[in-house]
Design a protein around this ligand. Structure first.
Ligand SMILES: [Zn+2]
Length: 429
């Protein structure tokens, strides 16, 4: 059996850091140490070798919007971004409320450049009324249930979903917290910039009222609750208070919510349109502080590809969402690690083993530690390489990144999935 050695890097995982080579055979790490030799060598000099990244929130668009992305192209983008597992969100057409549709996405994932786990809908058709067949979906391996793209507005439905989930081992209800009535007609954050630009707003309160309500329902039901793309200072306070009470509540933040503000919308460029919207400077500061103090558990991209024509429409008519998989780690490094907001280990915790724990992926081989016997899902990251984001060079089928032209520090050099390199020197194999 052939052996792969990842040579000359600094191994960083939940247990610490050390200079070491990593030897991989048959899909597993078999040795860590200096001077290891294999049949094939990946140069990791100057690099950090870490457990593969895990993204709790990607839109792979299959089935139904394959002109924007597919399981194949989205996972290629993920691999280039250092991810070895992604959670596919269920707002597809048809939606992932049906065991047969979920099974088809999982089957496409078997051939993909990273592990694909499917989220399942909370409600049938994501209509917010009747519960989806959560038990059957759980039987297929679904652990994260969400109507993402839309909020579960009805408190009674949310209560039933939370109650039902407690009977499903490992299940977590993931809320897209935006009260539909409060955001109706809004296209950006409601604040000084929305009034100046004359664009209808989506208030921070729309997110916060749902988070406040759902924390109360989590306490009532004892269920695990996860908040997708938390974006406001008030939301952070609510999550912090829920954790202080010992409730099983977790939260994620997206890179665009700690790197961009609503001022970007002054360009009227729909690349900056996303739900929840880009917020104020004070909100961005609160998200960074929450990432640093552990209030927010994970960085998740909310990778949302759209065809170019769709994003060329006027701001208010264009669809919401932006790409994230190929820029998340470099943005985290450039905006949070280099300025000293996070240590390297904290950054990789937020991008790898903490989201893996939320999605139940540690039981399926995603790593907390790189040690003999662990599954070889690895990211080899060069923290000193500077590069410019060029939409034309992304592996994603779509081009809607708001970071075009931005120079970032840190690039994925190699990605290893099940012991096989899927990215070598930044290029897909
Ligand atoms: Zn969402």
């Amino acid at each position: 059996m052939s052996e792969l050695v990842i040579k000359g890097g600094r191994v960083l995982d939940a247990t610490g850091e050390r200079e070491a080579d990593v030897l991989v055979r048959g899909g597993h790490v078999v040795a860590i140490g200096v001077g290891l030799v294999g049949d094939e060598t990946l140069d990791a000099s100057g690099c950090i070798v870490t457990p593969g990244l895990v993204d709790l929130h990607v839109h792979l668009r299959e089935p139904g919007m394959e002109e924007a992305e597919t399981v194949e192209t989205g996972t290629r983008a993920a691999a280039r971004g250092g991810f070895t597992a992604v959670v596919a969100m269920p707002n597809t057409t048809p939606p992932l409320d049906d065991p047969a549709v979920v099974a088809a996405v999982l089957a496409a994932g078997e051939r993909a450049a990273c592990t694909v786990v499917s989220a399942g809908c909370i409600t049938k058709g994501r209509a917010g009324q009747e519960l989806a067949p959560m038990g059957e979906l759980h039987g297929l391996g679904v652990r994260i249930f969400s109507d993402d793209g839309d909020c579960v507005d009805d408190a009674g439905v949310m209560r039933r979903a939370l109650e039902y989930s407690t009977a499903l081992p490992g299940a977590v209800i993931a809320q897209h917290a935006e009260d539909s009535a409060l955001v109706a007609g809004g296209a950006m954050h409601e604040g000084e910039w929305s009034s100046r630009l004359g664009i209808p707003g989506r208030p921070a309160a729309a997110e916060e009222v749902i988070i406040a309500r759902d924390v109360i329902l989590a306490a009532l039901t004892g269920a695990r609750l996860h908040f997708l793309h938390v974006s406001t200072a008030g939301s952070v306070e609510l999550v912090r208070a829920a954790k202080a009470r010992g409730l099983p509540v977790t939260a994620e933040a997206a890179p665009h919510h700690f790197t961009l503000t609503d001022e970007c919308c002054a360009t009227f460029d729909p690349m900056f349109k996303v739900n929840p919207p880009l917020r104020s400077d004070a909100d961005v500061a609160a998200i960074k502080a929450a990432l640093a103090d552990g209030t927010i558990d994970a960085i998740a991209t909310d990778h949302a590809p759209h065809p170019t024509e769709a994003k060329e429409r006027p701001f208010e008519e264009a669809p919401s969402g932006m790409l994230g998989l190929e820029t998340a780690l470099a943005l985290t490094w450039t905006e949070l690690v280099e300025p000293g907001v996070l240590t390297p280990q904290e950054a990789f915790a937020l991008l790898s083993w903490r989201p893996a724990a939320i999605a139940g992926l540690l039981e399926r081989g995603q790593g907390v530690a790189i040690e003999p016997g662990s599954d070889a899902h690895l990211c080899v990251f060069d923290p000193s390489q500077r590069w410019e984001v060029d939409p034309q060079r992304l592996a994603s089928k779509a081009r809607n990144t708001p970071f075009a032209g931005r120079t970032l520090t840190g690039k994925v050099r190699h990605t290893v999935l099940r012991g096989k390199p899927v990215v070598i020197d930044g290029e897909l194999t």
